[in-house]
Every structure is written in structure tokens, then in C-alpha cells.
Design a protein around this ligand. Structure first.
Ligand code: BV8
Length: 250
């Protein structure tokens, strides 16, 4: 893994830094990514078929159980060094925005105070009929459980394919593309409109850098591709910025 010196120099004096993360930052916590083969029972389904309103209407019990399985896996997982480095960045850069496509709360559990969740959160539930958040419901054994208000089915409060992102979060994310450096970490950059954000940052004159263990759809459009695991690269990045700042102060 080599970190370009131009990136370190830019970060050392940057006023505003924004980061977009995907499932790759949770891989070292043992949470499967979308493009890894889904382990166990789910290996024969495509996430794109399960993470849709159509899939839920077709088989609400199976989709609810898929999220239950992921929720339990995520609750058993621990944030990794990459999550912790991103939490630390909040106090390293004068202006810092963390945008995530992940729904696993691992950024918050690592200490990140402000997380823009573009695709919702697996620990939140809402009524499928009314689209309103539901915190508590009677455990009647129904799968999916029923809305205590209207009796409709409950669903995870996440953004499925062909569903719009929450407007407020999307607006904040677009605002965060006005920055000096935009890091894209652990995402295949396949899903829109999230994948548009690094391109918007580039159009705004930001230095756009991809941190990934593979090349992606975005690789040829970024200024630097740092090849490596986020749990290794992100702490190294912080270390290098700290040393560069000491050099500047000498
Ligand atoms: C919408 C939540 C419209 C649910 C998810 C063009 C424009 C607009 C829309 C579209 C478009 N073309 C197609 C669409 C539709 C669709 C889309 O983009 N489809 C794709 C498949 C082509 N988009 C939508 O449907 C979006 N909605 O457009 O609505 C609209 C507007 C108004 C009114 C009505 C409708 C909604 C998309 C959100 C879907 N929800 N998640 C859930 O989780 O169950 S998507 C899900 O997959 C993730 O949230 C993420 O966004 C996405 C991609 O996953 P990644 O995070 O990138 O993970 P992946 O496994 O793919 O890659 C992991 C990467 O990490 C790899 O590159 C790997 O190399 C790397 N890696 C692995 N380990 C490490 C690592 N990197 C570093 N370190 C490591 N250790």
C-alpha cells in the first residue's frame, strides 16, 4: 500500500474533508459486503431482489428474516480500525463530513458523532403502509410484525432499490461535495445516486481519492486509487497527516 505524497500534503493543509463509505469499510468487522457471496441460506438470492418493495410484497416473511439475520450479525460485529480512524478524523480536519451507504451503525458505534446515512439504518423499523417510524410493537409471533396503529406489515427503515433516498440526508451529502478532499472508501460505486457524489466533488474541484482493495467503476475517474484495506489505509493516512503537519510546523 503506498499513499501518494500529494494526497498527504493536500490533507495536511485541507480545511474541509468529506468521506463516502460503503460495505467495504465493515468487511474487516466480519460483515459481508453486497458483492461477496452472501453466506448461508441467502447465497441463492441477489440482494437486489431482496432489498426491494417488490421482493417484500412477494415474500414479506423471507425479506423480514433476511434483515433479522443481518441485524443480528451487525449487532454481534465490532467497529474496526477503519471506523475508528474515520471517527478520529472529525477532530483532525476543521470541516469533516462522513456520508455512508451502510445501514449497520458501525460508524456511530466507533464514535463518529455526525453520520449522513443515505440508505437508512437496519436498527430502525417503519410501517410498510404508512411509511412512519415505529419503535415498539406487540410480539404476537407475526413475521413480519404488525403496525400497532394500522395493522399493516412492518419493514426495516432502509432505502430499497427504486426507492428515493431521504431528501434531507441527500441534500447534506450534496453539500458535503464542496470540499478540498473527497475520500471514497470501500464501495463498488455501482449504486446511484450515491455513486454520483464523488463525481460531483470532482466537478467542485475537490481532490477525489478512492481507497479500495480492488479497482472499481470509479477508479479511472479519481485522482488517486490507494490499493488496500480501509482498516489499514485509514489509520496510516492519519499518521502520515500528523507527521506532515509536524514537518510544516518545524
Ligand atoms: C433510486 C440499503 C429513484 C438496503 C441499498 C441511475 C440514477 C438513479 C438511480 C438508478 C440509476 N441506475 C439504476 C438506478 C436504480 C438503483 C441503482 O443504482 N441500481 C444499481 C444496481 C445499478 N438505485 C436505486 O434504486 C436508488 N433509488 O434511484 O430511486 C427514485 C427517485 C425518486 C422517486 C422514486 C425513485 C436506491 C439505491 C439504494 C439501495 N439500497 N442498501 C440494504 O442494505 O438492504 S444499496 C447497497 O448496495 C448499499 O447501501 C450500497 O449503496 C450499494 C453498493 O454496495 P457497496 O456499499 O458499494 O458494497 P459492495 O459490496 O458493492 O462493494 C464493496 C466494495 O468494498 C468493493 O468495491 C470491495 O472491493 C471493497 N472492499 C471490500 N473489503 C474492503 C474493501 N475496500 C476497502 N477495505 C476493505 N477491507
Amino acid at each position: 500500500m503506498t499513499i501518494p505524497s500529494a494526497l498527504i500534503e493536500r490533507l495536511a493543509t485541507a480545511k474541509s474533508v468529506s468521506v463516502l463509505t460503503g460495505a467495504g469499510v465493515s468487511a474487516e468487522s466480519g460483515v459481508p459486503t453486497f458483492r461477496d457471496s452472501q453466506t448461508g441460506f441467502w447465497s441463492k438470492f441477489r440482494p437486489e431482489d431482496l432489498a426491494t418493495a417488490r421482493g417484500f410484497k412477494r415474500d414479506p416473511k423471507m425479506v423480514w428474516e433476511w434483515y433479522d439475520w443481518r441485524r443480528k450479525m451487525v449487532l454481534d460485529a465490532e467497529p474496526n480500525a477503519g471506523h475508528r480512524a474515520l471517527a478520529e478524523m472529525e477532530s483532525i480536519f476543521p470541516e469533516f463530513h462522513l456520508i455512508t451507504q451502510n445501514i449497520d451503525s458501525l460508524h456511530q458505534r466507533a464514535g463518529s458523532k455526525k453520520v449522513i446515512e443515505l440508505h437508512g439504518n437496519i436498527s430502525k423499523t417503519k410501517c410498510f403502509e404508512e411509511n412512519t417510524p415505529i419503535e415498539r410493537w406487540a410480539e404476537t409471533g407475526d413475521v413480519p410484525p404488525k403496525c400497532p396503529r394500522c395493522g399493516g406489515m412492518l419493514r426495516p427503515d432502509v432505502v430499497w432499490f427504486e426507492e428515493p433516498m431521504p431528501m434531507n440526508e441527500f441534500r447534506q451529502a450534496v453539500g458535503a461535495t464542496e470540499c478540498d478532499v473527497f475520500l471514497v472508501v470501500g464501495t463498488s460505486s455501482l449504486v446511484y445516486p450515491a455513486a454520483e457524489l464523488p463525481l460531483e466533488a470532482a466537478r467542485n474541484g475537490a481532490m477525489v481519492v478512492e481507497i479500495n482493495t480492488t479497482m472499481t467503476e470509479l477508479t479511472e475517474q479519481v485522482q488517486f486509487h490507494v490499493d488496500g484495506a480501509s482498516g489499514v489505509v485509514l489509520p496510516a493516512l492519519i499518521q502520515a497527516v500528523r507527521s506532515a503537519r509536524e514537518q510544516i510546523l518545524k
